[in-house]
Every structure is written in structure tokens, then in C-alpha cells.
Ligand binder design. Structure first.
Ligand SMILES: [Zn+2]
Length: 474
């Protein structure tokens, strides 16, 4: 075990100071505190008058696609309700402007559909809460939630917020700093605030909290494979914008069968929840899955953090990119890894979820986020194969390195820029125009489109008797 404990350097003291400046006025002031029974309270004070507030993060559960707050949050303020309206959880009081609302909640630790887990539960009792679960945006009335865009946040509806975790006597870790139970940030800050007793760990390539209960082989992967992976990504993509990553790895136990690896990357922090019976006795596929998962999540330090997209509709570049980079990293670090099944899954996901004349850009609005992974991966496979025709050493890393270098200054990559790079990689203007159509408006026959895409760029495949595309070795 090469992890060692460390004194996190930025030690911040937030003592009571008589001459402290008065806090700035904000539209929403939230204080989150632990209660004696394991529940927590969230006290909202509204500085801006509105009859309804929508929770910006209102995903449904991965398991049964139901809104999660209804299962874990209770409004204690009389006359105020928390209702599901459209795609959002909404606080309102029959049209009267809200001034203050108290909510009691049980930290929700289950997986959400394409959103960060609200709370990471560590097996020693520690918890890390996702700040943005508390983010709200004002509405003219509750019904206005029906017409909110799919990924609204306080940038789209300007809202100033302050989020204070107030847990006296508990040790907190936020943004690389150890704090004395009090964390002050914005509700839209996109971080996890950890409360618990686990020691922070540190290696040259990462710092973080790894659940003391995590199976030892998985701890070894975090110890051994993760640094190699970060080195590989860095060597091929350049330095990540966020600097040395932080990791929160929670072990959710072996109660459920199979294996569940779930996580995400936020502002230099990779958070993950690992669970399942098969994790206790890992075979090779489970080990490869863990390595692929780490490869995908760490790729987001570049694809999402060094370069970001302007809208959720463009996320196919990031998710498909992270999927393929994870495969290519395994190809280097575990040369006996066979990616065929994984890549076939991408093709099947893409063609199973994008129908005739349905655009890739529209899959999020249509409620098929998984298509962003599959189709993003399919398009990148083609770009990579096209590039390789002229540059035999090139791969998906090469493609993305060029996009990162060209866009590092503004930190944004658009679908136009990606398609332009695709045009350069393939040297095929007609195919690029058809690919643009697939992204922006949809094509009449997606399977025929992907078959053409693979044939023209040189992705090894065949057409099965069932008319489905079957990948060869890529
Ligand atoms: Zn991802």
C-alpha cells in the first residue's frame, strides 16, 4: 500500500470573528445541518421574491426512473409543497411568494440517471454531499417548470446563492481543504463536501478519501492503475486544466448481486461509488470493467474540464470520447484487453436509440442520454480510423489532442469544431456533411449511415444476416 496519510496543506480556520464583514446578500441562502437521527435539514432563505423555485438538479433514479426527492425529502414548513412538475422538483405555496422553507432529508445515496449521486455514503459512516442537489432557480409560477429547458441551472436563470454546511464538531473536506465542520460555497458550485473521519490520502498523482471498507484489490487499482492511467492520459493529451485530481471513492457494500461502478468528475474531483457481490471476488472482466470505468472517468479531467461543451446536447463528444479513450488506455496498459465487446455495445446503443430522422443532438431532449455515449463513440471510432489511414500511429488520443490544443485557450469545444476536425481526419467532405446531418437533424437510415461511415473510414465491420452491423477487431 503506497497510500500514506497527509496533512492537507490548505488549512482554513473559520472562527467567530467579531469584525467579520457582513455576508453579501444573495437570492438564495441555504444552510444544511445534520440532525441527531441521521437525517439532515436544509433551511432555505429567499432574498428574491418568487412564488416557486425549481431544483436545478431533478434527475430520476437509475433503478426505477422515479424522482428521488419525493423518497427522501420532507418539507416541514406549513403550506409549502414539493411537487414534481414536468422534469423538475418544485417548491411552491399556492402562489404566495416563498420567504423561508425548511426541509428535512435523509441523504439519498442511490444512483441517479445521468446525474451525480446526491450523497456518497462511506462504509465507516462518512458522507460526501453533492452541493448542486440544493441549487434552485426562481419561477414566475409553479407551472413554468413545464417549459424549463432540460438542463437548467443558475447560469441560465441568473441566481446568486450561498450554501453553508454547518456541522459543528465534524471534520469536513472540501476543495482540497480540511475544515472544522463548516463549508461555505455556492449551491451551484459543483463539488462534494465530505464529512467524516477517514484520513485523506495522497500520492504524487492524486489526493482523496478512499473508503476504508473498499475491497483490497480495488484499493490496489486506485493505488497502482490510476496513477498509470493519469500518466497515460497526460502524456497523450497534455496537462489537465484542474491540476492534481482529488478522488472520493465510496464502497457501497456487497448486498446487491453483480457489480456497480458509478461516478463522475467535477472540478478536479473524481467521485465514485463502487458496490456489488462480484466485486468481492473479481474475475478478469470485473477487473477490466473497473479499469475501463477509471479510464472513462479520468478522461473527463480533459473532456469536460479542460475542454467543456456549451450545451448538454453536445455531450456526445465528451461521453463518446471518454468511452473510447478508456478503451485505448486499456490497450496500452493492459495489452491483452479485447475491446470488441465494449465497442460493439457502443454501436448497438447508438443504433438502438437513434431512429430515422432523429438527431444525435436531440437525444438528451428525447430522454435517451445513453445514445450520447454510443453514438459519440461510433463517430470517434470513424474519425480515428480515418486519421489512421494517413497517420498509422494515430488514435483517438491524437484526434482529441489536436482539439484540446486548438481550443485550450477558450476552454470550449463546439460540435462545429469537432466536425471540422473530423473532416480533417477523414479528408472526406461528403462523409463529414452526412455526419453533420446525423448530428444536427438526423438521417433517414441510421444503420446505413453508420455502415457507410465505417466503410469509408476503415472501421473493421461486417453486416450480419439480421441487417445489423457487427464490428471486427478495432
Ligand atoms: Zn462520462
Amino acid at each position: 500500500m503506497r497510500f500514506r496519510s497527509v496533512l492537507v496543506s490548505a488549512l482554513l480556520t473559520l472562527g467567530a470573528c467579531a469584525s467579520a464583514p457582513k455576508p453579501e446578500p444573495v437570492d438564495v441562502d441555504v444552510t444544511v445541518s445534520p440532525a441527531a437521527d441521521g437525517s439532515w435539514t436544509a433551511d432555505y432563505r429567499f432574498g428574491k421574491s418568487a412564488p416557486a423555485w425549481a431544483f436545478a438538479r431533478s434527475a430520476v433514479t437509475a433503478a426505477d426512473k422515479t424522482p428521488w426527492r419525493a423518497q427522501a425529502w420532507t418539507v416541514e414548513t406549513p403550506g409549502v409543497s414539493l411537487k414534481r412538475i414536468g422534469r423538475y422538483d418544485v417548491l411552491s405555496a399556492d402562489g404566495a411568494p416563498l420567504t423561508g422553507v425548511r426541509i428535512r432529508f435523509k441523504p439519498f445515496t442511490e444512483e441517479l440517471e445521468k446525474d451525480y449521486r446526491p450523497t456518497l455514503q462511506f462504509s465507516d459512516g462518512g458522507q460526501a454531499h453533492y452541493t448542486n442537489q440544493f441549487e434552485v432557480v426562481p419561477l414566475a409560477n409553479a407551472a413554468a417548470a413545464e417549459s424549463l429547458p432540460v438542463d437548467v441551472d443558475s447560469e441560465i436563470i441568473p441566481t446568486r446563492s450561498r450554501l453553508t454546511f454547518d456541522a459543528p464538531g465534524r471534520r469536513a473536506l472540501y476543495n482540497g481543504a480540511v475544515l472544522d465542520g463548516r463549508v461555505v460555497t455556492g449551491a451551484g458550485s459543483g463539488g462534494y463536501a465530505y464529512f467524516g473521519d477517514a484520513k485523506a490520502i495522497e500520492t504524487g498523482s492524486l489526493a482523496g478519501i478512499v473508503d476504508p471498507g473498499i475491497p483490497s484489490w480495488l484499493r490496489d487499482e486506485l493505488d497502482d492503475y490510476l496513477p498509470k492511467l493519469l500518466a497515460q492520459h497526460t502524456q497523450r493529451l497534455g496537462a489537465p486544466a484542474a491540476g492534481r485530481p482529488m478522488v472520493f471513492a465510496a464502497w457501497g457494500g456487497a448486498a446487491q448481486p453483480g457489480v456497480s461502478l458509478n461516478g463522475g468528475v467535477l472540478g478536479g474531483l473524481m467521485q465514485m461509488d463502487l458496490r456489488g457481490q462480484r466485486v468481492l471476488n473479481p474475475d478478469k472482466p470485473v477487473k477490466n470493467l473497473a479499469r475501463w470505468f477509471l479510464g472513462h472517468e479520468t478522461a473527463h479531467f480533459w473532456l469536460a474540464q479542460t475542454l467543456r461543451v456549451e450545451t448538454g446536447a453536445d455531450n456526445w463528444m465528451m461521453e463518446g470520447g471518454a468511452d473510447i479513450l478508456a478503451v485505448r488506455a486499456l490497450g496500452v496498459l493492459a495489452p491483452d484487453y479485447d475491446p470488441t465487446r465494449r465497442l460493439q455495445g457502443e454501436v448497438d446503443d447508438c443504433l438502438g436509440l437513434v431512429g430515422p430522422n432523429e438527431s444525435l443532438a436531440g437525444v438528451l431532449e428525447r430522454g435517451e442520454p445513453q445514445a450520447q455515449y454510443g453514438c459519440g463513440a461510433v463517430l470517434l471510432l470513424a474519425a480515428e480510423a480515418g486519421l489512421r489511414k494517413r497517420e498509422p500511429e494515430a488514435d483517438a488520443y491524437t484526434f482529441w489532442r489536436r482539439l484540446i490544443d486548438a481550443n485550450r485557450a477558450d476552454g470550449v469545444v463546439t460540435a462545429d469544431e469537432w466536425l471540422e476536425a473530423f473532416g480533417q481526419a477523414t479528408g472526406d467532405a461528403e462523409l463529414t456533411a452526412e455526419t453533420r446531418r446525423f448530428v444536427t437533424e438526423g438521417v433517414a437510415d441510421p444503420t446505413a449511415f453508420v455502415a457507410t461511415l465505417f466503410a469509408r473510414t476503415g472501421v473493421a465491420h461486417s453486416l450480419g444476416a439480421d441487417g445489423k452491423i457487427k464490428l471486427g477487431a478495432n
